[in-house]
Design a protein around this ligand. Structure first.
Ligand code: NAD
Length: 260
């Protein structure tokens, strides 16, 4: 039963995180949103959650590259919502380049946002979860937490690291009702992937439609994008009573990508 539980979803102003926040709120979960967007869009989003789902909703501007801001986001969740029962570590960025040309600042940013931020947020929520004897942590990894792809060195390293962090978080809290799982999506059509489609279209001098077909055809056997709501629905399951026996699981939602 997740009605009345309090959740933080990082990177929930866009894409997968936004869909996850909608799915949790639709089940009656109060939500602390996070991520970048302009002030008006954030105000409208918070208002939409409050009106549509009749839940408590607020927004933390925490930058996932800054550990102190991550700690403050968790403190805000405890202050404004009353507790943090569910943490979804979703914020993430991508940058593609061969390793020998990979810009150092891009490497640092990807490791900070896609991996270290998940450590800092997990560390910050655990004491409250332990005190209350309940917690659900879900890390949005990627198929790139399990397999590699050329030109994604930092992303693949960060997501493999996140899979490892998931297992350790699960083991250290296994006797409490605190679970930690990772979801590894294949291609989901979001702004993060649209940029890769645009880059591919430009590099191969093809239309965006052809670039999309090639992108899906190269890796994802069902040749369809995964819907972000399908990931949200899995998180609703994991956070509910029937998810309590699942911990340390690394779950793919990938249209067959890693079956190859
Ligand atoms: P997106 O670009 O649509 O959304 C990313 C979100 O993260 C946004 O809300 C953005 O504001 C936020 N964000 C970025 N940098 C931040 C920072 N420093 N501090 C706080 N928030 C920040 O991307 P998406 O495709 O929805 O990706 C969400 C997650 O899913 C990422 O971790 C990504 O690696 C993972 N993922 C995506 C796909 C896919 O195909 N789209 C596949 C597998 C995994």
């Amino acid at each position: 039963m997740i009605r009345g539980k309090n959740a933080i979803v990082t990177g929930s102003t866009s894409g997968i995180g936004l869909a996850i926040a909608h799915c949790l709120a639709a089940e009656g979960c109060n939500i602390l949103l996070n991520g970048f967007a302009d002030k008006a869009a954030i105000g409208a989003l918070v208002n939409e959650f409050q009106q549509k789902y009749k839940v408590r909703a607020d927004y933390s501007p925490a930058d996932m590259t800054k550990p102190a801001e991550i700690a403050e986001m968790v403190a805000m969740g405890e202050r404004v919502l009353g507790s943090v029962d569910i943490l979804v570590n979703n914020a993430g960025i991508q940058f593609t380049s061969p390793l020998d040309e990979f810009p150092n600042d891009k490497w640092d940013a990807i490791i900070a946002i896609n991996l270290s931020a998940c450590f800092h947020s997990t560390k910050a929520v655990l004491s409250g979860m332990k005190k209350r004897g309940f917690g659900r942590i879900v890390n949005i990894a990627s198929v790139h937490g399990l397999v590699g792809s050329a030109n994604k060195g930092a992303y693949v390293a960060a997501k493999h690291g996140l899979v490892g962090l998931t297992k350790v978080t699960a083991l250290e809290n296994a006797t409490a009702d605190i679970t930690c799982n990772a979801i590894c999506p294949g291609w989901v059509h979001t702004p993060l992937v649209q940029k890769q489609i645009d880059d591919k279209a430009a590099a191969e001098n093809i239309s965006p439609e052809e670039a999309t077909n090639r992108l899906l055809g190269e890796k994802q056997p069902n040749r369809k994008f995964i819907h972000a709501e399908q990931i949200g629905a899995l998180i609703v399951f994991l956070c509910g009573d029937n998810g309590s026996a699942m911990t340390g699981e690394i779950m793919t939602v990938d249209g067959g990508w890693t079956a190859q």
